[in-house]
Design a binder for this molecule. Structure first.
Ligand SMILES: Nc1ncnc2c1ncn2[C@@H]1O[C@H](COP(=O)(O)OP(=O)(O)O)[C@@H](O)[C@H]1O
Ligand SMILES: N[C@@H](CCOP(=O)(O)O)C(=O)O
Length: 354
């Protein structure tokens, strides 16, 4: 029996001005407990794989246990099929333990995609590097901020290479062809499109050890796709310069110890995505303006986590007090929240024997 665990941290993307660029892996982990019974020579299981799912996230959505539909196993099958393996090894069991709330801006889909590529790589004995696995992730989730943070861990800046025209065409292949689904065309026996080499890259930034992350998680879902659809196609020069100035400052501000609250607060301001997402998140503008380091001791900065609706407050102390103030502001819009105190998860995704 071969048995191992894949552990992948969730992530908070953007951290204010770093839209689609900056990500932070956080200490809430999706786990896959995988067993492969190599004593068996054939299996009754669909695609040789049985999924079980333990929901620790209190999300309402039902996660599919069909390996061709479930996001994690679908991604693993994509990686396997790119290497001429049509199914999982005989009698593969995948037990998913998920504490990450779905559709709340803590990168649950990016975490699932990273877990899926790690699963395909491990069960197929493919020996792909994490750098190459990032290319596979980017065929599925096109913005690199969440997946790079979950894959590599820590506080990261990311970028996509300019691709050759033929590779741009390959990267624009509809997702239904990358991840064949029962609805989009069952496994045709053909090799799916492999990712171009070196699509995405990352750089790790320092993180001052005093800084902790408070995630205030409202009890409603904002699908990331919807939160991207409300963004404009183009921006004024003033807004672009505003964000560039802050994004350039942010890594130095969050990497310097002791932290300078005023600099961090300023460096976390954004004009590219947060103002437009207020239409989906009642009270967002008021929450973001609720407090500053001058009016709330311990607070360093506050932003939307990913596409929301979670709010990320960075702080050095008085965590409960800060969370309570944000929760009270949401309550005045009849929105209830849970909150978690998290820390950067520096290791990224790991595979270890069970
Ligand atoms: N552990 C998981 N297993 C299967 N599917 C998942 C898992 N986590 C997330 N997903 C899928 O990703 C969707 C959420 O993605 P998205 O809207 O991008 O929000 P988030 O901000 O949480 O990443 C869920 O509705 C679900 O379909
Ligand atoms: N840069 C993306 C990040 C989405 O993060 P998620 O955690 O909400 O999936 C965006 O802002 O759209």
């Amino acid at each position: 029996m071969n048995s191992f665990v894949i552990r992948t941290p969730c992530s908070s993307a953007n951290i204010g001005p770093g839209f689609d660029v900056i990500g932070l892996a956080l200490s809430l982990h999706l786990e896959l407990h995988v067993t492969i019974d190599s004593s068996k020579s054939s299996s009754e299981l669909p695609l040789n794989c049985a999924i079980t799912y333990e929901d620790q996230s209190k999300s309402a959505e039902q996660i599919s246990l069909d390996p061709e539909v479930n996001l994690i196993t679908r991604v693993a099958l994509y990686v396997l099929r790119c290497h001429n393996q049509r199914a999982f090894p005989v009698e593969t069991k995948v037990h998913i333990i998920n504490p990450i709330p779905l559709g709340r801006g803590l990168g649950s889909s990016g975490t699932a995609v990273v877990s899926g590529v790690m699963l395909g790589n491990a069960v197929g004995n493919l020996g792909l590097s994490k750098e190459r696995l990032l290319d596979y992730c980017l065929m599925i989730e096109r913005h690199p901020d969440n997946v790079a943070a979950s894959l590599f861990g820590g506080f990261v800046g990311t970028y996509l290479n300019e691709l050759k025209p033929e590779d741009v065409a390959r990267k624009e292949i509809p997702l239904s062809e990358v991840l064949p689904s029962p609805a989009g065309g069952i496994d045709t026996g053909l090799e799916p499109p492999k990712p171009p080499m070196g699509i995405g890259h990352y750089r790790k930034f320092d993180w001052a050890p005093e800084i902790k992350a408070i995630a205030i998680i409202p009890d409603f879902v904002v699908p990331t796709a919807n939160a991207r659809n409300v963004l404009p196609e183009s921006y004024s020069r003033a807004d672009v310069v505003f964000n560039l100035q802050r994004a350039a400052l942010l890594p130095a501000a969050l990497g310097t110890s002791p932290p300078d609250p005023d600099m961090i607060f300023l460096a976390m301001q954004d004009r590219v995505h947060q103002p437009y997402r207020k239409t989906l998140i009642p009270g967002l503008t008021e929450v973001l303006q609720l407090m500053t380091p001058a009016t709330q001791p311990g607070l360093l900065g506050i932003c939307l986590s990913g596409a929301g609706p979670t709010i990320l407050a960075l702080a050095t102390e008085r965590f409960e007090e800060i969370a309570d103030r944000i929760i009270a502001r949401f309550a005045s819009n009849n929105i209830t929240c849970q909150w978690k105190l998290l820390e950067p998860a520096n290791a990224g995704t790991t595979v270890s024997p069970n």
